[in-house]
Each structure stands twice: as C-alpha cells, then as structure tokens.
Design a protein around this ligand. Structure first.
Ligand code: SAH
Length: 350
C-alpha cells in the first residue's frame, strides 16, 4: 500500500493526522487516493445519514458589501455590480415558497450590508421562526460583534455559516485587504460556537496562492474545531475582481477534500456546492459520491439571482426555485440518494 493510502487508512482509524501527514495526503492526490478516500467517506456517511440528502433554501438577501475581499464579485470596489437588497417581506415570501417545496432550513446569506442592523435582522429571524416553527434558520452574513451574534441567536437563529476561507494567516492576508483580519474571523467562529449556534466554517479550493501546506492547515483546523457544517467549493474567478485571471479550482481536488473532511469528522454536514456544479456539470453528484450530504438550492427571486454574482458563470440563475428542486431531486435520485424534507440537523450519534 502506498504511503498516501496508508495515511488515509490511519486517518479513518484515528480521525487525526499531523499537519505534515495531511500535507503528504493532499499533495499525494491521485485518482487512486481519491477513490480510496471516497469509498471510506461514503461508508461512514451512510452509517450516519443513510442515503438522505438534506436541502437548504438559500436566500441571497443583499449584494451590498462593506468588504473588499479580492476574490469576490460583490466586493465593495466592483463598480459594475448592480446592487440590490431584499426587504423583510420579500424574504418572508421566498421562505413561504420554499416551505411549500419542502424546505425546512432557510439560509439567509449576503454581503456585509449595514442596512441589516441587529434590529432589522432580529426581526426578520423572529418572523421566520414564528411563521415556520418547524424550520431552522441559518445566517451567513459575515463578521459581526459577539453581542450581535448573541442577539440574533436569542431572536431564534439556529445556525451560522462563516467560512474561515483559509487557516493560514499569511494566505488570508493575500486574499483580503488589510482592513480584514484572520484573527477576527477566527474569533467570530469561537464566539458563534460559545453562544450555542451550530457553526459552519469552510474554504475555497484552488484560491490564488493556496498550496498543499495551506490545505493541510485547513484540515488540521477542521479536525480540532469539529464544525457542524463545512462549506467547501472550488474558487471560481470573477472577471471584475483582482483575481479575474486566476484559474478556477479543480472539482476532483474539491471532491478529494470533501472525502477527507467526512473521514476526519464523520457527522459533519457537508454541502455539494453550487461552485462545484459550476466548474463541473456533474460536480454536485460527484460531491455527494465523495461524501457530501447537503445541497443548497436557490430560493432568491429570479429577478435578483444573476446580481448575486460571487463568481462568473454561476449555474441555476435562471430557474424558478420549483424547477431547481425538481431538477436537483432527479439528479440526486439518479446518483443513488434521496432528497428529504427535514431540518437536517447534525446527527452526532449513529
Ligand atoms: N459575507 C458573507 C457571505 C460570503 S459569500 C461572509 O463573509 O461569510 C459566501 C462564500 O462564497 C464566501 O465565504 C467565499 O468562500 C465564497 N466565494 C466568494 N467568492 C468566491 C469565488 N470567486 N469563488 C468561489 N467561492 C467564492
């Protein structure tokens, strides 16, 4: 057995490797290593979740953003981005439609838009929770203060997604302007955890300047943080950003990392992301086979879909939510899984 396969084996026994070992596993990526990792990941995923795939209704509430992340199409400096924000009643209407389609989790995602003060966002969260008491509300609204996260949790938010973007501080500094800091991002994650949220971290695969040692640190961070959710997808360039001419990340490497993350922390909720479906037409199906168990179809109004453009050529910007659900449902079935109507909370025990 090769060194890489032996380390993957060790990972599945111990759920832990050193950073140096993770680096060997990442740089030893090959079709054989990927299929070995995927087979271990699939079997452990099946023991926690069977063939169920959870769906989250993504509502992209605003593309205004005060930040200037170098990779992101809705960064503040992008003058070509046509800005929009949804009103509380538009957000409620998206959820209403989603509920009818079987969604039991709503994810509100957006740029860091100062319009959504604690008062505004708390009132949106509490109306969602009172209109749909059997649903989970996930927020993905970037960095806020501890007090703000606590107020939103008290208003009923169940989960928070905040990708760490990279666990390497030097790499973080090359992806973000100097006004943003790695330490604040990490502090936000620990605040969210201490408040009681189900917390999601994550990173892009193939972002500019990323190397195997960055990815090894990401895996080591995931091993120690044990996130409830972990969002990973390939980096996809956006033409109006400083990274517009960098190549996109690889779907095969993304799938390999999905498998490794599933092996590291078997109960984790792992989405097969839209970015993965964008770089590879069968990307989401491949992601599920590699160990993912969540999909996040878009519930945003079709009129604003193409404006929430984090990267170029994003899929599913033209379809109504109902079309997305039926298309995805049949793709998932063909891949051997089943889309379920469920909040899709983490199952920490088998
Ligand atoms: N403002 C929120 C939501 C950000 S958008 C926050 O800060 O968390 C959600 C995720 O999209 C980001 O965390 C980032 O990892 C991803 N993303 C942004 N630009 C991207 C790109 N060009 N390619 C792939 N993913 C991207």
């Amino acid at each position: 057995m090769s060194e890489v396969l032996a380390l993957i084996d060790k990972l599945s026994r111990d759920r832990s490797l050193t950073e140096e070992e993770y680096e060997i596993v990442v740089s030893g990526f090959s079709p054989a290593a990927a299929s070995y990792a995927a087979s271990l990941a699939s079997s452990v995923r099946a023991s926690y979740y069977g063939s169920a795939v959870f769906m989250r209704g993504l509502i992209e509430i605003s593309n205004y953003c005060r930040n200037d992340c170098l990779y992101c199409g809705i960064r503040r400096s992008n003058r070509s981005c046509s800005r929009y924000r949804l009103s509380p009643s538009e957000i409620l209407a998206c959820a209403e439609k989603g509920y009818g389609l079987g969604f039991r989790t709503f994810v509100l995602q957006g740029g860091e838009d100062p319009y959504y003060t604690d008062a505004v966002l708390c009132s949106i969260v509490s109306s969602l929770k009172s209109s749909f008491p059997d649903c989970a509300v996930t927020l993905s609204m970037g960095e806020r203060s501890h007090e703000s996260y606590a107020a939103l949790f008290a208003a009923g938010a169940d989960r928070y997604l905040l990708r760490h973007e990279t666990a390497c501080p030097e790499h973080y500094a090359r992806l973000h302007p100097s006004s943003m800091s790695f330490s604040n991002r990490m502090e936000c994650l620990s605040s969210l955890r201490s408040i009681g949220y189900q917390v999601g971290c994550g990173f892009m695969v193939g972002s500019p300047y990323q190397d195997a040692s960055c990815l090894a640190r990401d895996l080591k961070f995931i091993e120690s943080f044990r996130p409830d959710m972990c969002g990973i997808g390939p980096f996809v360039p956006h033409k109006d950003t400083p990274f517009g001419s960098f190549p996109a990340g690889s779907s095969d490497l993304t799938c390999y990392l999905l498998s490794l993350i599933r092996i590291i922390y078997p109960p984790v909720l792992l989405p097969a992301t839209t970015a993965l479906g964008t770089v590879d037409p069968m990307g989401r199906e491949k992601g599920l086979k590699a160990g993912a168990n969540v999909v996040m179809p878009n519930l945003s109004p079709v009129a604003v879909r193409s404006k929430y453009s984090l990267y170029d050529n994003k899929i599913c910007t033209g379809e109504e939510a109902s079309e997305c659900v039926s298309c995805l449902g049949s793709r998932i079935k063909n891949a051997g899984y089943q889309l379920v109507v469920d909040r899709g909370d983490i199952r920490k025990e088998i």
